[in-house]
Write a protein that binds this ligand. Structure first.
Ligand code: NAD
Length: 383
């Protein structure tokens, strides 16, 4: 089996899909790994380290793609790259199958097989492959650092000869993987942290990190699906959450938002009114920018100022820590690949496997995932 890894082309992308440590394991399984020169450069993995791990490093990008049986990527490859892949080739990466399903059409037309790392099930068996959690861990950590760096106050409580410095108050909205990491990081820096999530189970996690969990009476409605993900709430339930958030925003120095509903626009949690009630100098870090944002005043990819309140909405925070982001992603990909390689180092695709099946979006020119098929149908109806 021939695996190819390209230098990522997206603006601002620094991550590599495969790091030398993972190459070593694949080569030991009898796989041929080809890397485009410079693929790991921004993640501190030079061509030499890939060569030493047993990969073939090349400058011939076109030939690399043309001969690939499996193309590993962080982001979906460009149209030009996809056009060079052989029909039947496999693409594995963050393919945005639910929020940008239209971009899968070219892969479909080329009769490619595609696995979306976003769809790796959140099961115990697939934990080592959970790339969403890997990236969310990094994003959550970095969001707290960004806020601390921007805030004109310190995070910890300090007793000095010149008197006491009160700790910063941080409010975290959405206590999934990213939110919990933001809480843990803000707590380590000494902030007093509160958090809100619609899933009751999040309360226990929040409290175990030494933060206060804010509870809202949502009238007993269903807030999560069978997979443990939050569902889209009714307008009334959302309004109850916003009311509580507005009250707590006025006494918070920092708000970090990470609330998401898979395949849906991010819920609006911080209203213009809530931003207006915050003290000048306060900071909001909105981590949901790629799906529209949790804050009414945020502008995805930009930092804006509203009467002295700074609102940041970074779109690819994981790329600001490329070494660890690439290491984790590469390990996730390598663990997933183990399910696609037979004893002779050849490609085998078993769609009945409970991780391989749900992760596959396209196979032999067909959409094989129902949620993706529905998203594609909707995309086709929108002019
Ligand atoms: P996510 O990125 O989809 O969403 C982030 C958080 O936003 C979630 O906690 C969600 O409940 C919350 N949220 C959604 N709508 C909200 C609203 N209106 N108000 C407030 N909060 C809102 O979530 P994630 O971090 O990817 O995790 C999703 C689920 O998967 C969680 O239950 C998590 O514990 C679980 N998980 C399980 C495993 C595993 O078992 N292997 C691994 C990772 C995550």
């Amino acid at each position: 089996m021939k695996i190819a890894v390209l230098r990522e082309g997206a603006t601002g992308e620094t991550r590599a899909a495969l790091m030398p440590e993972s190459v070593r394991g694949l080569v030991a399984q009898g796989v041929e790994v080809r890397i485009e020169s410079g693929a790991g450069e921004r993640a501190s993995a030079g061509d030499q380290s890939y060569g030493e791990a047993g990969a073939i490093v090349t400058n011939d990008r076109r030939e690399l793609i043309r001969s690939a049986e499996v193309l590993l990527c962080v982001n979906r490859p460009s149209d030009d790259d996809i056009a060079v892949l052989q029909p039947g080739a496999v693409v594995i990466g963050f393919l945005r199958p639910l929020d940008d399903s239209a971009s899968l059409i070219q892969l479909l037309e080329r009769r490619l097989t595609a696995f979306a790392m976003e769809l790796i099930p959140r099961s115990t068996r697939a934990q080592t492959m959970d790339a969403l959690s890997s990236m969310a861990t990094i994003v959550g950590y970095k969001s707290a650092l960004l806020a601390a760096e921007r805030l004109p106050r310190m995070f910890p409580l300090l007793m000095t000869a010149a008197g006491t410095i009160a700790p910063a108050k941080v409010l975290v909205l959405g206590a999934g993987v990213a939110g919990l990491q933001a809480i843990a990081t803000a707590r380590r820096l000494g902030a007093v942290v509160e958090a809100y999530d619609v899933r009751g189970a999040a309360g226990e996690h929040v409290r175990s990190l030494g933060a206060k969990f804010l509870e809202v009476d949502l009238g007993g409605i269903k807030t999560e699906d069978a997979g443990g993900y939050a569902v889209e709430l009714t307008e009334e339930a959302l309004a109850r959450g916003r009311e509580l958030i507005t009250k707590h925003a006025s006494v918070s120095d920092v708000i970090i938002t990470s609330a998401q509903v898979p395949g849906r626009p991010a819920p609006l949690l911080v209203t213009e009114d809530a931003v207006e009630k915050m003290k000048p100098g306060s900071v909001i870090v909105d981590l949901a920018g790629s799906t529209g944002g949790n804050c009414a005043a945020s502008s995805p990819g930009e930092t804006v100022d509203r009467n002295g309140v700074v609102i940041m909405s970074p779109l690819n925070l994981a790329a600001t820590l490329p070494v660890h982001a690439s290491q984790l992603y590469s390990r996730n990909i390598a663990a997933f690949l183990k399910l696609l390689i037979d004893d002779n180092g050849e490609l085998k695709i078993d769609l009945n496997d409970d991780v391989v099946g749900p992760t596959c979006v396209l196979h032999n020119g067909e959409v094989v995932n129902q949620r993706v098929a529905a998203a594609l149908e909707t995309a086709a109806r929108v002019p």
